[in-house]
Design a protein around this ligand. Structure first.
Ligand code: BES
Ligand code: MN
Ligand code: ZN
Length: 492
């Protein structure tokens, strides 16, 4: 898709379709009012007649209107002006794209960045527009025998009054983030018989080849991990015929002496629960248990496209959690890379077992900060549903920064306490730490487990169990929390 920022009078612009907003209760925002004036009140008459009231989700396509050069006008309901925020603004973009698709309009000019959205800059609005448009072009087809045809908007011209440069910058950022999210979604959606730990390693290599001036990728084999003492990570893959892997990607946009930000993704390519086997119903969704890893790959791709002057290291802890005669058993004890011993009371609490060794491994990079991303606990869905990701950090400043990044991008997260009061739930009679903390506060005790391995740097944990994929008829990976992570990496 081609995005262009343009300073032009919407009324006199030649375009297949001009997109204009209508607020709830038939209120016209400034840009639409100008078009109404140019058309001799045609638009306000249509709105007054009740053809479109302005509720979020409504759209109305008009054929040629006198006084306006465009072939058609698409009116888009934007809800109540005062309630507009980043999340609603994103929804407006998706509705707009869907209406264009419905009418097979492949080129449009949009006045939507002129909408006043509380606290959102022109750059941010353009970013959200491009990100959502780019995301709408994605459809999963890889394993369909008849992929069919897919509509894609070819050209989106974004009209601005003043800030053409700012808008252009937002469009470029949003498009790259949208494409990163689409990579994240594709990897999440791929079945586990294709998307194995080895496959994820190859994906990293593919990115590194494509962007060889900016990025390198390396995969540690099981043998190499054994030498490093990563017995906890390795224990998860014991029951699987697939080799586990630690994948390390380095994006270098600044001199090597600049400390990197590190992002670490949980990459369980399928989670059966192991010997602590999960129930059958809905188990297919555990192919999505590598969505943290997929979000790391999505971010690395977006970074390579945007080329910011920072250093970022992306790490993926990849394994397949299967039951077998060689699988880890409840009660087994492993020595982690950090030297701490872990009693594995439940083999289904495997995410923390792969992450703890990856989190110890990344100490060597002397990171500015480390953020891990994981579909870690079902309890996080119970606590927060699918609206926001869980955020945990002992660092108030880092937690606040990530929280604000979520609000700003419409990809929110909410903080849960990581207080020491919860640590005693992880006591073990036979090892330094147990891998489960009982039925209470399951998301927090998972975070507390990781906290024992992250003392040497500033760290935050995102539990994306509820946000990484959608269930039901719309089943599929969402690409979250790539927008939140990219906002953090690009601006902090
Ligand atoms: N990958 C799951 C968490 C999960 C479950 C995410 C359902 C999304 C939907 C994780 O490995 C897991 O199984 N966690 C256990 C932890 C428990 C054994 C302490 C869980 O949540 O039940
Ligand atoms: Mn599990
Ligand atoms: Zn899991």
């Amino acid at each position: 898709m081609q995005f262009t920022a343009k300073t032009a009078n919407p009324a006199t612009l030649t375009t297949d379709c001009l997109v204009a907003a209508v607020f709830d209760d038939k209120v016209l925002p400034e840009a639409t009012q100008a078009l109404d004036d140019a058309s001799g009140r045609v638009l306000s008459k249509i709105v007054a007649a009740g053809d479109i009231g302005g509720k979020l989700g409504q759209t109305l396509l008009l054929q040629k209107v006198d006084g306006i050069r465009a072939k058609r006008i698409l009116l888009v309901g934007c809800g109540k002006a005062k309630e507009l925020d980043a999340k609603k603004y994103g929804a407006i973009m998706r509705n707009t794209y869907r209406a264009l698709k419905q009418h097979s309009i492949d080129s449009a000019a949009l006045t939507l960045t002129a909408l006043p959205v509380a606290q959102l800059s022109p750059t941010r609005k353009a970013e959200i527009l491009a990100r959502n448009f780019e995301m709408q072009t994605y459809r999963y087809v890889t394993t369909k025998s008849r992929p069919g045809t897919n509509f894609t908007l070819k050209e989106a011209v974004v009209l601005t009054e003043r800030d053409r440069g700012a808008t252009a910058k937002g469009l470029a950022t949003g498009a790259a983030i949208g494409r990163g999210m689409n990579l994240t979604r594709e990897l999440g959606n791929l079945p586990a018989n294709i998307c194995t730990p080895t496959f994820l390693g190859k994906e990293a290599q593919r990115l590194a080849r494509r962007y060889s001036r900016l990025m390198t990728a390396q995969t540690l084999t099981e043998t190499q991990m054994r030498r490093l003492g990563m017995n906890s990570l390795l224990s998860v893959g014991n029951g699987s015929d697939q080799d586990s892997a630690l994948i390390i990607m380095k994006y270098q946009g600044a001199p090597a002496r600049e400390q990197p930000h590190v992002i670490v993704g949980k990459g369980i390519t399928f989670d059966t629960g192991g010997i602590s086997l999960k129930p059958g119903l809905g188990m297919d969704e555990m192919k999505f248990d590598m969505c943290g890893a997929a979000s790391v790959l999505g971010c690395m791709q977006a970074l390579c496209e945007l080329k910011p002057a920072i250093n970022v290291i992306g790490v993926i802890a990849a394994a397949e959690n299967m039951p077998s005669g060689r699988a880890t058993k409840p009660g087994d004890i492993v020595t982690t890379m950090s030297g701490q011993t872990v009693e594995i009371l439940n083999t289904d609490a495997e995410g923390r077992l792969v992450l703890c060794d990856a989190l110890t491994y990344v100490e060597r990079f002397k990171p500015k900060t480390v953020v891990d991303i994981a579909t870690l606990t079902g309890a996080c869905i119970t606590a927060l549903g699918t609206v926001c990701s869980g955020l945990m950090s002992p660092d108030d400043e880092l937690a606040q920064t990530l929280y604000l990044c979520g609000i700003e991008t419409g990809d929110p997260c909410w903080r849960l306490p990581l207080w020491d009061d919860y640590q005693e739930q992880l006591n073990s009679n036979f090892a330094d730490i147990a891998n489960i903390g009982g039925p209470k506060a399951g998301t927090v005790t998972a975070g507390c487990f990781l906290a024992r391995f992250t003392k040497k740097y500033r760290w935050a944990h995102l539990d994306i169990a509820g946000t990484a994929w959608q269930q039901g008829a719309e089943k599929g990976a969402t690409g979250r929390p790539v927008p939140l992570l990219m906002e953090y990496l690009l601006n902090h």
